[in-house]
Design a binder for this molecule. Structure first.
Ligand code: RIB
Ligand code: CA
Length: 315
């Protein structure tokens, strides 16, 4: 568990919902949560986040609606085929609470000023809110301890194109701004998140837990339907939960080189590709003192078991 204050940015989303569960179960000190359009609209993501946090016993955490459109573009409509029409696998939760009045970007800037040097940022959707916060407060990188994102792919294929991962593809300009800023960024990409899995046995055990675990298990029906043909058996990838686990120190990658990352911001076939300079690979990735990007490439097996153990602690 990390005692640091956290700002969490998400597009809630089934794997985002599992991540909220992990953060709550691990006792992360969540100071605020921002939503962003991605899996569904930013407004819909905030609704899901509020309802899930109430179900998990944390209705006190403020939730801010973030950017609807990507930088310089228009929101394309979400990923209903992955997460269902309401983003959480058609599971209907009681509506509890309302978002706060400030935007997600303003919330991030405010929290950074309230917790200078200690605020940790975990972002598991498109990076629009972080880019807008950098515009609002150019000193933001010096106020934030570090940024962990779920996004990108270094040595493996993309998931929305041959080369691009969804969060980066949805707002490549914002992603480039986040990698350009002078803060440490850990890019938890498809290299490791496609290795982190929930199997049918995990879902069955989760369904037998309390109200929150059972609701999460019900959402997984839709997510498993999407992933079963991709992975070859009933199961799913645990993208966002793995990013949170790495941020919290619950999972320590077995290989995570420091390597510069650039994003393809064109509208061509490379749109959204993360170009990770791994040329140090054959000499053991020598230290690069001026580089601020870390890219996990390998993890040990067993994250699904660890996530299940945490989620079953929820009410
Ligand atoms: O590519 C995986 C990412 O896209 C995850 O953050 C998931 O929630 C989806 O939005
Ligand atoms: Ca997400």
């Amino acid at each position: 568990m990390s005692g640091a204050p956290w700002y969490f940015d998400c597009d809630t989303g089934i794997d985002d919902a599992l991540t909220l569960g992990l953060l709550v179960a691990e006792g992360a000190d969540l100071k605020g949560i921002g939503s962003v359009s991605g899996n569904l609209s930013a407004a819909g993501g905030a609704r899901n986040t509020l309802d899930l946090m109430a179900l998990m016993g944390r209705p006190d955490v403020p939730v801010a609606v973030g950017a609807h459109d990507p930088i310089g573009g228009v929101f394309g409509g979400g990923a209903e085929f992955v997460h269902g029409a309401n983003g959480i696998g058609e599971v209907e939760l009681p509506h509890v609470g309302e978002p706060v009045a400030e935007s997600a970007a303003a919330m991030l800037v405010r929290l950074a000023h309230e917790h200078p040097g200690t605020l940790r940022v975990l972002a598991v959707g498109p990076l629009t809110n972080l880019a807008l916060a950098l515009e609002l407060e150019p000193e933001l990188p010096s106020l934030v301890a570090d940024v962990v994102i779920m996004g990108g792919a270094a040595l493996v294929p993309g998931n929305v194109s041959a080369v691009a991962e969804a969060n980066i593809w949805n707002d490549p300009i914002a992603a480039q701004a986040v990698f350009d800023a002078a803060w440490p960024v850990t890019m938890v990409g498809l290299d490791v998140t496609m290795l982190a899995r929930f199997e049918e046995s995990h879902r069955t055990e989760l369904a037998a837990g309390g109200a929150a675990p059972a609701a999460l298990a019900a959402m997984l029906d839709v997510y498993f339907q999407y992933y079963t043909p991709i992975l070859g058996r009933p199961s799913c990838a645990l993208h966002d939960p793995l990013a949170a686990a790495i941020a919290l120190g619950v999972v320590v990658p077995t290989l995570a080189p420091v390597a510069p990352v650039e994003v393809d911001t064109t509208d061509g076939p490379g749109r959204g590709q993360t170009l990770v300079d791994l040329r140090g690979r054959f000499v053991g990735y020598p230290a690069q003192p001026d580089v601020r990007h870390t890219v996990p490439l390998e993890i040990a097996e067993g994250f699904g078991d660890r996530l299940l153990e945490s989620l079953l602690r929820l009410p």
